[in-house]
Design a protein around this ligand. Structure first.
Ligand SMILES: Nc1ncnc2c1ncn2[C@@H]1O[C@H](COP(=O)(O)OP(=O)(O)OP(=O)(O)O)[C@@H](O)[C@H]1O
Ligand SMILES: [Mg+2]
Length: 316
């Protein structure tokens, strides 16, 4: 069991009379990827800035691996790689030059810098561009260099603020696949986003905030199960046309909440009980001999979207 952790207790940040973060208490632990979701202005960036000691809270505390970030900034942030509102890389610099400068700032010994720079550029798949000027790079390539910079100290913990925002679909996919690779390297990744599909695809856990308050923190599956509207959904295709008799057979399977005949041979089934029900549903549908030829779970994104909208609605 890993002892990596990110924690806030009763964290509060006010800007004048406006409360951006409101008594936020959360503990994220282990090696996993946590999606930090919330609408615009929810307080995601503010929370990340407090966690990385860029700003001070009015009340409450933030800890990295149990060390108080405000009281012991250097020590607490030592295991962290951070990507929050990264300034533009000076366009005349190459990745090698920009990363050398950052490595020096981060206190990486001169003798280790060339190796670290090669390693991080490999991690973000930019080795071929090491000596090209960044001014000519696409946004996605620049963001990959920014991620490389965050990886320079070989961090165990990564705090990323919307790492794919502003990128085109290809740039987004590239950054996501880097995050997925990093996940495999036993790191704790805490990543803000307002892209539900992104979080459903790559995160293990989900924390949702709105108006500075934590609405829920749990595994992706449990968040979907707890607040995901009508629960899971699958779409099935039959080899024959549907009929009231077929519909009745599906309806009588335990756990099935709703059956919709959406096309001649296609039904949409909503069920509750999460993955265990989904698994049993498949075998029950086969056993019911209704001519099942395909069984497709509705996407994690649609189900997370349900959960998100339910929670945000509830918070208003
Ligand atoms: N320096 C500041 N001065 C005044 N208000 C601020 C400041 N920084 C943030 N805020 C306000 O605090 C609230 C939370 O902002 P924050 O940037 O944390 O939200 P966010 O969840 O990151 O939103 P987004 O998805 O748009 O990035 C917003 O209403 C914002 O206007
Ligand atoms: Mg933000």
């Amino acid at each position: 069991m890993s002892d990596l952790s990110i924690e806030t207790t009763q964290l509060t940040k006010k800007f004048g009379s406006f409360t951006a973060v409101n008594s936020l208490t959360i503990k994220v632990q282990g090696t996993k990827c946590v999606g930090f979701l919330g609408p615009n202005g929810a307080g995601k960036t503010t929370t990340l800035k407090i966690l990385t000691a860029m700003i001070h809270p009015n009340a409450g505390q933030a800890f990295i691996n149990g060390i108080d970030v405000q009281a012991h900034k250097r020590q607490a942030l030592h295991p962290c790689g951070v990507l929050i509102e990264t300034p533009e890389i000076y366009p005349a610099l190459t990745p090698r030059e920009a990363l050398s400068y950052i490595a020096e700032l981060r206190g990486i010994p001169a003798g280790e810098r060339p190796d670290r720079i090669r390693t991080v550029l490999e991690q973000v798949r930019m080795t071929d561009w090491i000596d090209k000027r960044t001014g000519k790079f696409s946004k996605g390539m620049k963001q990959r260099v920014n991620i490389a910079a965050a990886l320079l100290p070989d961090p165990d913990i990564l705090l990323l603020d919307e790492p794919t925002t502003g990128l085109d679909p290809r740039g987004m996919a590239e950054v996501r696949s880097i995050v997925v690779d990093l996940k495999k390297q036993k790191k704790l990744i805490f990543m803000s986003s307002h892209l539900l599909g992104e979080v459903a695809d790559i995160c293990d856990d989900v924390a949702m905030i709105d108006q500075g308050k934590l609405l829920i923190y749990d595994t992706l599956e449990r968040v979907i199960e707890k607040v995901g509207g009508q629960g899971g959904g699958v779409e099935i295709d039959l080899s024959v046309e549907g009929s009231p008799a077929v519909e009745q057979k599906i309806r009588s399977i335990p756990g099935v909440d709703h059956v919709e005949h959406v096309d001649t041979r296609t039904y949409l089934i909503r069920f509750s009980g999460g993955l265990p029900t989904q698994e049993r549903l498949l075998s029950d549908l086969v056993a019911a001999r209704i001519g099942l030829v395909s069984f497709k779970a509705s996407s994690g994104m649609a189900r997370l979207e349900d959960a998100y909208l339910n929670l945000i609605k509830g918070g208003l």
